[in-house]
Write a protein that binds this ligand. Structure first.
Ligand code: AN0
Ligand code: CP
Length: 312
């Protein structure tokens, strides 16, 4: 594997999960693998978990992480081909990616979608420009349409916490006040489609995700019907895909409550807004796996970096 930019880069999810568990049991086993290698982390957007867990993963492999906030701390980057750069952007991605490649052995990038221009977002122009113009491997730390480190983490967490051979997993839309990306939902869908689970999606009408991603996964517009006999409920808000980037309603009825959850475990990628997405009684109970998910971000990132280091 050269780059890790999508859940589709996972060739065998079960073997990846087993390897992640081995890393978790002995995180410093490969401390020599990344010696004298540098990981560059570039953030076009905010982050808590990704920023810290990916650096921790690099440190566990003996790598040196260096971090840059692209918005604010550096020159505005131009992505357009042939642009006359007489506006606000000061350097082109062609130079920027090539220069960063002089300092880093792997580059990790976070770049959220605009949520206004569907075609541009779906072209993944930021992530793909780094892949094109950098001379070193690229890792997505959440791009316009995917969050593959999160999806891998979630697969690991479900495998670790499952008491059944084939658990039922529900991805449920939940209310939010801001228009949020589809990336986390998309990567979770793709990860669950690769696993041996009974997987369904619940969302209000108008909020169906991209059908090219959901494929034949059942979609319920009735949340309680979807939650029947669930073992894992994964909550996430996303804005409308059809009415691209719009908030159609903030239907509070879709908030995850302890009553709705019944015997299921609760999952969320974080950050989560309490008592809007999910009530306190869930997050403060033993049913919540959110902190263990955040912990597993380190081992998912470490597995990805290890595979890239071994291959390059
Ligand atoms: C972001 C999102 O929904 O993509 C990041 C989640 C990891 N969440 C927010 O902006 C709240
Ligand atoms: N789950 C996740 O990616 O969190 P951050 O946005 O804080 O990195």
């Amino acid at each position: 594997m050269k780059n890790y930019t999508s859940i589709n880069d996972i060739d065998n999810i079960n073997s990846w999960i087993e390897e992640a568990k081995e890393i978790k049991a002995e995180p410093l086993k490969n401390i020599e693998l990344g010696k004298n290698k540098t990981l560059g982390l570039l953030f076009f957007n905010s982050s808590l978990r990704t920023r810290l867990s990916t650096q921790k993963a690099a440190l566990n492999l003996g790598m040196n992480p260096i971090v840059m906030n692209v918005s604010g701390d550096t020159w505005g980057i131009e992505f357009g081909d042939g642009t006359v750069m007489d506006g606000n952007t000061a350097e082109h991605i062609k130079e920027a990616a090539a220069v960063i490649s002089q300092y880093c052995d792997i580059i990790a990038v976070r770049a959220f979608p605009s949520l206004t221009d569907k075609q541009k977002d779906e072209s993944e122009h930021v992530l793909k420009s780094f892949v094109q113009f950098a001379s070193v491997p690229i890792v997505s730390m959440e791009s316009a349409t995917g969050h593959p480190l999160q999806g891998l983490t979630d697969a690991i967490t479900i495998a670790e916490n499952s008491t059944k051979k084939r658990p039922k997993v529900v991805l449920s839309w939940a209310p939010h006040v801001k228009a949020l990306p589809h990336a986390v939902g998309n990567s979770f869908v793709q990860a669950m489609q690769k696993m041996d689970v009974e997987f369904v999606i619940a969302n209000p009408e108008g909020y169906d995700l991209n059908p090219e991603i959901t494929k034949d996964t059942p979609i319920y517009h009735n949340q309680s019907a979807a939650f029947k006999d669930a073992d894992f409920v994964y909550a996430k808000n996303w804005s409308s895909y059809n009415n691209y980037g719009q908030i159609l309603n903030v239907d509070a009825d879709w908030m995850i409550t302890k009553d709705k959850l019944a015997n299921a475990k609760f999952m969320h990628c974080l950050p989560v807004r309490r008592n809007l997405v999910v009530e306190d009684a869930v997050l403060d109970s033993d049913a919540s796996l959110v902190i263990e998910q955040a912990n597993n971000r380190t081992f998912a990132a470490q597995l990805v970096l290890k595979k890239i280091l071994e291959n390059n």
